[in-house]
Ligand binder design. Structure first.
Ligand SMILES: C[S@@+](CC[C@H](N)C(=O)[O-])C[C@H]1O[C@@H](n2cnc3c(N)ncnc32)[C@H](O)[C@@H]1O
Length: 350
């Protein structure tokens, strides 16, 4: 990761510091050494494991949810299901199992070369897209599980009653935080109003606005829905920047390019942007309640009845518990959906 460190150092040398968002952008998406371009982040041998790889029930109930949406919209045109940041392809493959006829096509939006190979292996027929503008027009269900958390954030801190932006500087060989005047005042003001007066630190995900805009325009043209599942909060504020390497939390500035740098999603930012683009917003609801509302426990019983193996039964229990227990992923992970106004009421959000 020496190249990333020297790119960061060069950028910092220009004026003494760079924004957190620039630090994240270079570390995650540098065309040669960026974490999301180059590393194999997911799975037991990667840096972290996600819900679809913990239990098949996750993808299966989301697949049933998607089929219900397709039936509700009842379009003459064929649907496509697009997995935003498809990881190892497990989620889309589990969804496909729920209804594998030819009337639905599947695609991944992905930039990671190693993950694209894994996705092609598990799901050879699925198409690959690099941006939302590449995706062909058709009624669409977008699913983004742990997708939004990968994008760069800006951070703001109140020091002696004055708001400052958090930047990254360098001292000898170490990257360090520093606090300076705010770079993009419009972005700051637009977002500050969404936080309570007592807030002394807040974050703005720099890509949510564009992603919600692009998806909203796409869905208004074509019909459909977008489901986002991620760790995060609806009300609240604070520093949530985190880095994970080999399944352990590490200092976010210490391993640029070699650790997964993410932040918690502020679901009220998705709500506000979806209002700006005149979309209906559903949720947020905890992952636990969403999956249970969609029949995850019933699905567990059916799968357990289909095997005599006590080991498989126990693995099924453990996997589902991990994604729905409040002390594990059940409460921290939340779910929301956006769709064009007054077209649809998706299941699972009551
Ligand atoms: C945290 S992983 C989640 C993977 C998968 N959804 C899952 O649940 O296992 C984030 C995914 O987003 C992809 N990704 C990161 N930046 C992206 C971008 N700018 N456009 C599309 N995909 C991106 C990563 O390569 C990875 O597949």
């Amino acid at each position: 990761m020496e190249k990333i460190k020297s790119i960061l150092t060069e950028e910092i040398n220009k004026k003494g510091y760079i924004s957190i968002s620039k630090f994240m952008e270079i570390s995650l998406t540098d065309p040669e050494e960026g974490y999301y371009i180059n590393q194999k982040p997911l799975g037991k041998s990667g840096d972290f494991i996600t819900a679809p790889d913990i239990t098949q029930i996750f993808g299966e109930v989301i697949g049933a949810w998607a089929i219900d949406i397709i039936n509700k919209i009842n379009s003459k045109s064929s649907f496509q299901i697009i997995d935003l940041g498809g990881g190892r392809g497990t989620l889309l493959n589990d969804i496909k199992r729920v209804r594998s006829d030819n009337s639905i096509s599947f695609g991944f939006l992905e930039i990671n070369k190693k993950l694209m190979i894994a996705q092609k292996q598990i799901f050879p027929e699925a198409k690959h897209y690099k941006s939302i503008s590449d995706i062909p027009d058709a009624p669409t269900i977008f699913i983004g599980n742990e997708f939004l958390d990968v994008f760069p954030i800006k951070q703001y801190i109140k020091i002696n009653k004055a708001w400052k932006e958090v930047f990254v500087t360098k001292d000898n060989d170490r990257f360090l935080y520093c606090y300076k005047d705010i770079e993009d005042k419009i972005l700051f003001e637009e977002n500050k109003k969404n936080f309570p007066n007592e807030a002394d630190f807040f974050e703005v995900n720099t890509k949510i606005k564009k992603i919600v805009k692009d998806i909203s325009n796409f869905l208004k043209r074509n019909n459909g829905i977008c489901l986002f599942i991620d760790y995060g909060y609806f009300k609240g504020y604070g520093n949530t920047l985190q880095a994970i390497k080999n399944h352990e939390y590490v200092d976010p500035l210490s391993f640029p390019g070699a650790s997964d740098l993410t932040s918690h999603i502020n679901f009220s930012q998705i709500l506000n942007e979806s209002k700006n683009f005149e979309m209906d917003f559903f949720g947020p609801i905890s992952q636990r309640n969403f999956l249970i509302n969609l029949g995850a426990l019933e699905r567990l019983e059916i799968l357990k009845k289909s095997t005599n193996s006590e080991k498989i039964k126990s693995d099924l229990d453990v996997g589902l518990l991990r994604v729905i227990e409040n002390s594990q992923m059940g409460e921290l992970f939340k779910v929301c959906a956006i769709s064009p106004k007054n077209k649809l009421i998706p299941e699972g959000f009551d």
